[in-house]
Design a protein around this ligand. Structure first.
Ligand SMILES: [Zn+2]
Ligand SMILES: [Zn+2]
Length: 297
């Protein structure tokens, strides 16, 4: 027990020190400044070449989503995720130890070049995330959490980060075992992470891009807007276009749907009129609405 308390304490102080370090030491692998830089870049694109011309630079929900960026990117880690995950990993390792398992690695890719390892990790992680995202729509209890992301009524880059912190826990937990089973020899996930943040910003941006034929591989604004469509086609009662960074999974498994230019479609979900519009109530929403869960249909 003491061991776990120590991990919790060290995670808190460790992450806090790291955050201070991060802000005071700009560098090429600095999360804080890359996040700000990418956000400003995509926001500038929205202002210079807007898809929906009448949409303001400070669209509906802009400030709420800006707060979500800070919260989900930094504060949640600062407050608890780091501690929870470090304890989780330790508990899991101890659990495996009970069965004499010391190492999860099943496929070893350490000898491959860093570039290839990063690519494998990116593709595997994205495929797992695609599956998790589908479940967020299908399982009623998870959908209650995911509704927050779908409460966006006007789309802009920052909407990427409007999601419940439980999603971070769900995604990371599900990803942990498969990724741990592949013996990566790299510690540097920075490039992958920032690339996904960039693609995710663009997916939500008010920019009318689909990257031509590359759009069949990479998720894009013209495709992801349909994921946020309030009205769902009969063929896809639980939604469509579940891709995070890659669109290829939706094309491969038949959940891709871009029937026409989705520039002006209504966004949201059935019943979103009653959904709270402030951070505190949104975070509490899934916990208070457990009994009257309505599935997206
Ligand atoms: Zn979704
Ligand atoms: Zn989205």
């Amino acid at each position: 027990m003491e061991k776990y308390l120590k991990i919790i304490q060290e995670s808190f102080s460790g992450y806090f020190n790291y955050l201070v370090q991060e802000i005071t030491n700009p560098s090429w692998t600095n999360y804080f400044y890359w996040l700000i830089g990418l956000s400003l870049l995509v926001w500038t694109l929205e202002v210079l070449i807007p898809w929906r011309k009448e949409q303001g630079a400070f669209r509906k929900g802009f400030w709420l989503d800006s707060f979500y960026i800070i919260f989900n990117f930094f504060l949640f880690s600062l407050i608890g995720y780091n501690a929870i995950s470090n304890v989780g990993v330790e508990l899991f390792n101890d659990f495996l130890g009970l069965f004499g398992v010391e190492n999860l690695v099943a496929i070893n890719v350490q000898n491959l070049s860093v570039g290839v390892q990063l690519l494998i990790m990116f593709v595997v992680a994205d495929f797992i995330q695609w599956n998790v995202h589908r479940q967020l729509h299908r399982i009623p209890q998870l959908w209650e959490f995911h509704k927050i992301h779908h409460s966006v009524k006007e789309m802009g880059f920052a909407a990427q980060f409007r999601f419940h912190f439980m999603e971070t826990i769900i995604y990371k937990t599900v990803q942990y075992i498969p990724l741990a089973m592949i013996g990566f020899g790299i510690q540097e996930f920075f490039v992958i992470y920032m690339f996904s943040v960039f693609i995710g910003h663009l997916n939500h941006a008010n920019v009318g891009w689909n990257y031509g034929f590359l759009g069949y591989i990479l998720n894009n604004p013209k495709m992801h807007i349909w994921h946020h469509s309030k009205e769902l086609p009969e063929a896809h009662p639980y939604g469509m276009n579940f891709g995070l960074s890659l669109s290829i999974w939706d094309y491969l498994f038949g959940s891709a749907y871009v029937p026409k230019n989705g520039k002006d479609i209504e966004l949201g979900f059935e019943g979103d009129e009653d959904f709270p519009d402030n951070f505190g109530s949104q975070i509490m929403f899934p916990f208070l609405n457990k009994n009257k869960s309505t599935q997206k249909k």
